[in-house]
Design a protein around this ligand. Structure first.
Ligand SMILES: O=C(O)CCC(=O)C(=O)O
Length: 252
């Protein structure tokens, strides 16, 4: 199985030339050294500062995000303190909307453009929590702030082997294949897909190019953030997709 290249954080122009232009994933080590989040964030910090705040928690079944093509991904609101005391589910939210105070701890990653569209998401879960295989329209700098994450990636061209749900389902950007336990009888073409795997360590940043498929599982109590961005024509498509998702009540 192929592995993702791991490099010390490059300069912005080096990143643009070697990885962003080629849409090639890369892990940058030591990339979050100047992020207050790296020093501050822990279960205790969240409990103490934001324990009373209601945040969205996605349901899980046997520690895997519940997702259904007819109903999508169900969430329930939960106080962060209660969730941290008895974590059941996957707390996933847009930071700007749900807990903007956290932006103080998160500088904008130096490798993305200042202009254009951007959004930050937070992924908080106990060890062992998994999210299903899917792809996004946006570029993503995915930061592993606390704990480790097991990640499997597939290039966009492998989509033909990944059995996407129908466009009009509630999971139009999700695959039916569970990479960790693939059902080869139902999904025979999956054998032809070419996965890349990695364990993202705390303090590392993964460049996850747009349209790359990804499935993830936390190996420890884990806090990660995505910095999603888009520029030019892609920005227009992303805004249209957000509107489409809102109209159809799709959340993820
Ligand atoms: O952290 C995860 O479980 C999923 C992250 C993800 O899907 C994303 O950043 O787009």
């Amino acid at each position: 199985m192929k592995v993702v290249e791991r490099i010390p954080a490059p300069t912005r122009s080096e990143f643009e030339q070697r990885w962003l232009k080629r849409k090639s994933p890369v892990v940058m080590t030591g990339a979050l050294e100047d992020w207050p989040a790296r020093r501050l964030w822990s279960a205790e910090y969240f409990r103490e500062k934001f324990g009373d705040r209601l945040l969205p928690v996605a349901h899980t079944d046997e520690q895997r995000l519940r997702h259904d093509p007819a109903s999508g991904i169900p969430y329930r609101p939960m106080k962060l303190g209660e969730y941290l005391d008895r974590p059941d589910g996957y707390s996933i939210f847009i930071i700007e909307d749900a807990l903007p105070e956290l932006l103080r701890d998160l500088p904008r990653p130096a490798w993305c453009p200042e202009r254009g569209w951007s959004m930050r998401k937070l992924w908080l879960s106990p060890g062992g929590t998994g999210s299903p295989l899917h792809q996004d329209l946006t570029e993503n700098l995915y930061a592993q702030v606390v704990g480790r994450k097991q990640i499997t990636l597939f290039p966009p061209g492998d989509g033909r082997y990944l059995y996407r749900y129908p466009l009009l389902s509630k999971l139009p950007n999700f695959s039916r294949v569970d990479v960790e336990a693939p059902d080869h009888a139902r999904f025979p073409r999956f054998r032809r897909a070419q996965p890349l795997t990695l364990v993202l360590e705390p303090g590392e940043l993964l460049y996850l190019p747009r349209l790359w498929w990804h499935q993830m599982r936390s190996l420890d109590f884990s806090v990660s953030t995505s910095y999603w961005w888009a520029t030019g024509a892609v920005q227009v498509a992303v805004k249209a997709a957000i509107l489409y998702k809102k109209l159809r009540a799709l959340r993820y």
